[in-house]
Design a protein around this ligand. Structure first.
Ligand code: MG
Length: 171
């Protein structure tokens, strides 16, 4: 049984994960407006991953007999000046999400809510991967700088990204 406070916080995290999908679609739209289809694909796949995160929390809350309450999403930033700018903002966002997950884990730990702690452990590991991926891409874009050829090479690489939900976490 989830406490009222933990249930509220998990519902808020569901909102944050859907908001992340919303934000990454804003970044995809910017890339599409620059005709960089590979970069746009990367962010569309990232948005899929964020919806998967939201649904993983949704399914957990439901399994724990908690009531899901869908909340409104804020309008994301739609203003970007370059691919590097978009990826720096994406990295900053993921670092912010890590803090949100840590705060949730602190609450679950304080309540000794082990099932929620087990779920959040998965999210903590996932955040390590997310931050690493964005740091890596920020570095690549910093190296590329104004090199158009490098940018198109990375665009081709990012066009290959697909999203496949992890098999062992299927509901
Ligand atoms: Mg996420």
């Amino acid at each position: 049984m989830l406490s009222e406070k933990l249930l509220k916080d998990l519902n808020t995290q569901i909102k944050y994960e859907f908001y992340a999908a919303h934000l990454y679609m804003a970044m995809a739209a910017y890339c599409d407006s620059e005709d960089l289809d590979g970069f746009a694909n990367f962010f569309k796949m990232q948005a899929e991953e964020e919806r998967f995160h939201a649904m993983k929390l949704y399914d957990f809350v439901n399994q724990m007999d908690g009531r899901i309450v869908m909340q409104g999403l804020d309008e994301p930033n739609n203003d970007f000046t370059s691919m590097l700018d978009a990826f720096q903002k994406a990295l900053a966002h993921e670092q912010h999400v890590t803090k949100q997950i840590y705060t949730l884990m602190d609450r679950a730990s304080a309540e000794k809510e082990h099932a929620t702690m087990s779920l959040l452990k998965w999210f903590i590991d996932e955040q390590v991967e997310e931050e690493d991926m964005f740091k890596n891409l920020v570095k690549k874009l910093e190296r590329i700088g104004d090199d158009g050829t490098g940018l198109y090479m990375l665009d081709g690489e990012l066009a290959q990204r697909v999203f496949t939900p992890p098999a062992n976490t299927a509901q």
